[in-house]
Write a protein that binds this ligand. Structure first.
Ligand code: FPP
Length: 250
């Protein structure tokens, strides 16, 4: 039985988040330029996006460029931005054909103008699509997002739009750039690293974490199915006892 056949369609995660890691090492292991790894990585973004949509996943967030990635050599940063612009332009058609909405989270104002324009165009064109939402985390880091939310809240309190007693977890979430998405139930990281690297720290409080040794360019649909089957084998307790969970399920 393939992993795909083992998936229980009634227990799918609504939101999957992915830390796509290992493009550089994938290229290096083949004596190729790092950019070739990123190009192959884009192919996997396409494949995994389509696969998620076909399965019925509603939200897919991919960590495409972190705040820390700005510290990479300038030529790699420029090449990644260029790759992003070209890819977005080329993929609008696929997104439309698959009824997928494209959105971004992160400090997108820090991106080059042509990138912002291309992303805006894609977001506008795909805004009415409702099969799945693909969220690109760009110039994103969780600490940036949390500080940003704290600033917004402070501003509201200063302008007397909100009262300090209103601040609770829900209110805080509402002021984050991920406000309109449910928290991911499954977080996948490729390339054998066991870190979260400043990604959705607030939102993954109860997520199941799945790590694989495969480099991102090698992560195919079958690997996604395997991750989902693994996720479905886990008991999600949210701090309760196993018995309590079984009682509510029964
Ligand atoms: C991690 O590999 C990957 C990135 C920093 C960027 C990922 C970007 C893409 C796949 C392209 C994004 C484009 C779209 C359209 C979403 P790494 O370079 O950190 O690999 P390494 O750790 O082996 O060096």
């Amino acid at each position: 039985m393939s992993f795909k056949e083992k998936i229980d369609k009634n227990k799918l995660p609504e939101h999957i988040a992915i830390i796509m890691d290992g493009n550089g090492r994938w290229a290096k292991s083949r004596n190729k330029n790092r950019m070739l790894g990123h190009q192959e990585g884009v192919r996997r973004v396409r494949e995994i996006t389509e696969t998620c949509a076909e399965l019925g996943i509603k939200y897919l967030t991919v960590y495409a460029f972190s705040t820390e990635n700005w510290d990479r050599p300038k030529f790699e940063v420029n090449a990644l931005m260029q790759l992003l612009v070209v890819t977005i332009g080329k993929e609008i058609k696929t997104l439309m054909n698959n009824n997928i909405r494209l959105e971004t989270i992160g400090d997108t104002n820090a991106l080059p103008r042509n990138c912002v324009k291309e992303l805006q165009k894609a977001a506008d064109r795909t805004k009415d699509n409702d099969r799945m939402t693909l969220i690109l985390a760009l110039s994103y880091s969780s600490r940036w997002e949390i500080v940003d939310a704290a600033k917004r809240i402070a501003e509201k309190v200063r302008n007397s739009e909100s009262d300090i007693n209103e601040i609770n977890e829900e209110f805080f979430s509402y002021n984050m750039c991920t406000a309109k998405y449910p928290d991911p139930e499954l977080l996948i990281r490729t390339s054998g690293e066991y870190r979260i690297s400043n990604f959705l720290l607030w939102q993954i409080a109860y997520a199941e974490l799945y790590f694989t040794d495969k480099y991102w360019p090698d992560f195919k649909s079958e690997d996604l199915y395997e991750a989902i089957v693994d996720y479905q084998s886990r008991e999600r307790r949210f701090g309760k006892t196993g018995e309590q969970i079984k009682e509510t399920a029964g």
